[in-house]
Design a protein around this ligand. Sequence first.
Ligand code: SAH
Length: 238
Amino acid sequence: MAAADAARQAAPSGLGLDSAGVRQRMVQRLKQEGLSDERVLQALAKVPRHQFVDTALAIQAYEDTSLPIGHGQTISKPSVVGRMIELLFAGQGARQRGELGRVLEIGTGCGYQAAVLAELGRQVVSIERLKPLHDKAALNLASMRGNKIRLIYGDGRLGHAPLAPYDSLVAAAGGEDIPPAWLAQLAPGGRLVAPMAAPGGRGQVLVVVDHVVEEGRSHFVRSTQEAVQFVPLKSGVM
Ligand code: SAH
């Protein structure tokens, strides 16, 4: 039975990946593993992840695993994409609005997470420093993005000032610290979620920063979440 299923899935004409059922099953598994925000689960159920990876890897697209997308980079695990977006939704502004508002994504990669974010925000601005990936994401998103997603080729550590401020900011690559530009471009009530080097150089942790305004004054409240594993946040473009 399993072999027959595998054979059917491997057949190019009948990958079976276009059916919503495959994604629903992935979402059920993610739910069992702890994702709980229905809006996020719905968005994950909607975006065809197999269209963002090479054909040879498409069969693995609905497993909860990161996959290579070329140039030494990877598409993030669906559970991690879901987790980061749940954290964004739990921020003050997003909670009140019921949507993510204007989102800045650092590290477009193949564009998968940008597509998920576009289901949940008003506008998505996504920056990638590797030209071939920026171009690949543009192709991947061409048929599905409408005009909600704006892809930028550049160094995401600088954010993207022309479209700031952002209500939500999410990074798919982790550096030593949170770049100052990200804080400067975060709207009042906004929330940032990013991987960052753990203190003492022990891997990475997910960091949440809220832009809080109290009595007319801004400050940033930082909290540290679980350990994670993201590709490095690098400087400059290539
Ligand atoms: N969100 C992506 C994940 C891509 S992996 C997806 O859904 O597929 C992270 C990406 O961050 C890589 O493509 C890497 O090139 C990019 N990256 C690393 N440092 C960056 C920087 N300073 N600015 C923009 N992108 C960066």
